[in-house]
Design a protein around this ligand. Structure first.
Ligand code: TRP
Length: 346
């Protein structure tokens, strides 16, 4: 679909808190790689947002900005087709977030289910106003480039819903400025950790990173949880809740073969050692081209820098255009006219 002769625009982002893992790939990046062919994509490295709960770890956030950029390039996001943006380099994000916070009902943020769940995980005294405010800042991230589509994991849907409502409210109050964006949810919204916990997450220490070596992948897969009821390889095995099969579902390229493998496992004809070997090989061959591209960019840091700087400068231009419209709609820069009138009367 095209709007005003331009390709539909996408904005999505990640908080830079460390290197990216397979969960990021299946839940987001895989989708982004596909979308970059068709849409005008803005991929945001949300370093301001990351400060919400990492304010004591500025250095970690700083280096994670570069890790994320490298991971994005390594998986095949193409800076010639897409726009990488460092959030803190475009201060309009903060300005728009502040203005929008005036029209976002506090109760909407208080009742945001994702935010509530995240706050429940935090130590109460560590909850900053900035963290509480992050859904509002995310509304600004999406509206600043006037995005039409927002690819996100299911947990981010309440933020997109909030963005739609606020875009409508802004347009109603001040005149039409923002398109109403739509969420796009990826193939596997969430990948379990290698220990079977609900999600792969750096803080849970249960990740396979996109930057892991072949040996590390083999070792991590060897440690994966399988079927706790199975004592020997000839016992019938269970697929449901078996982490190795959850991953095979995500990474096996051949559905038929996978079906056969499942049957063999259920009939006690194949052991965990073998299924793990199959999985480790699949993950490694999936990661090989990513490793190769990473090597290239590690040897050419100037290309990483160019991707970040060129993208950010494109985003700055759009941000300043949007802010000019927002301010004019909200009659924020008309003070000089009033002053001119007063001067003329004297
Ligand atoms: N909150 C998102 C995350 O934790 C990152 C993010 C920041 C984002 N701004 C965004 C996602 C705007 C979509 C749109 O991954």
């Amino acid at each position: 679909m095209m709007v005003n002769n331009r390709k539909d625009r996408i904005l999505t982002g990640m908080r830079p808190t460390g290197p990216l893992h397979l969960g990021h790939y299946v839940g987001a990046l895989e989708n982004w790689i596909r979308l970059q062919q068709k849409y005008d994509c803005y991929f945001l490295i949300a370093d301001y947002q990351a400060l919400g709960d990492h304010v004591a770890e500025i250095e970690r956030i700083r280096s994670a900005v570069l890790d994320v950029a490298l991971d994005w390039l390594a998986v095949g996001l193409d800076p010639k087709k897409t726009t990488f943006v460092i959030q803190s380099y475009v201060p309009e994000h903060a300005e728009l977030a502040m203005l929008l916070s005036m029209i976002i009902p506090l109760s909407r943020v208080q009742h945001n289910p994702t935010l509530k769940a995240e706050i429940a995980q935090l130590n109460k005294k560590d909850l900053s106003l900035g963290f509480f405010n992050y859904p509002a800042s995310q509304v600004a991230d999406i509206l600043l480039p006037k995005a039409n589509l927002v690819p996100v994991g299911a947990d981010q849907l309440p933020h997109v819903e909030l963005t739609r409502d606020i875009a409508n409210k802004f347009n109603r109050l001040y005149g039409h400025v923002f398109p109403i964006p739509t969420a796009l949810v990826g193939r596997i919204p969430r990948l379990v950790g290698i220990d079977g916990q609900v999600k792969m997450s750096k803080s849970l220490g249960n990740c396979i990173y996109l930057s892991d070596s072949r040996e590390t992948v083999e070792e991590k897969v060897r440690k994966m949880y399988t079927d706790p009821t199975r004592k020997t390889a000839t016992d019938p095995g269970h697929i449901a809740g078996n982490v190795v099969f959850t991953y095979l579902d995500a990474f096996h390229p051949n559905r038929e073969e996978l079906q056969k493998l499942k049957l063999q496992y259920e009939q006690g004809r194949i052991g965990d050692v073998q299924t793990k070997k199959i999985l480790a090989d699949l993950i490694n061959s999936f990661l090989d081209p990513i490793r190769k591209r990473r090597k290239h960019y590690e040897a050419h840091p100037e290309e990483v820098k160019a991707a970040l700087m060129e993208g950010t400068s494109r985003a700055k231009k759009i941000a300043s255009e949007t802010m000019a419209e927002v301010k004019s709609a909200m009659k924020i820069h008309n003070y000089e006219e009033g002053l001119d009138k007063i001067t003329q009367l004297q």
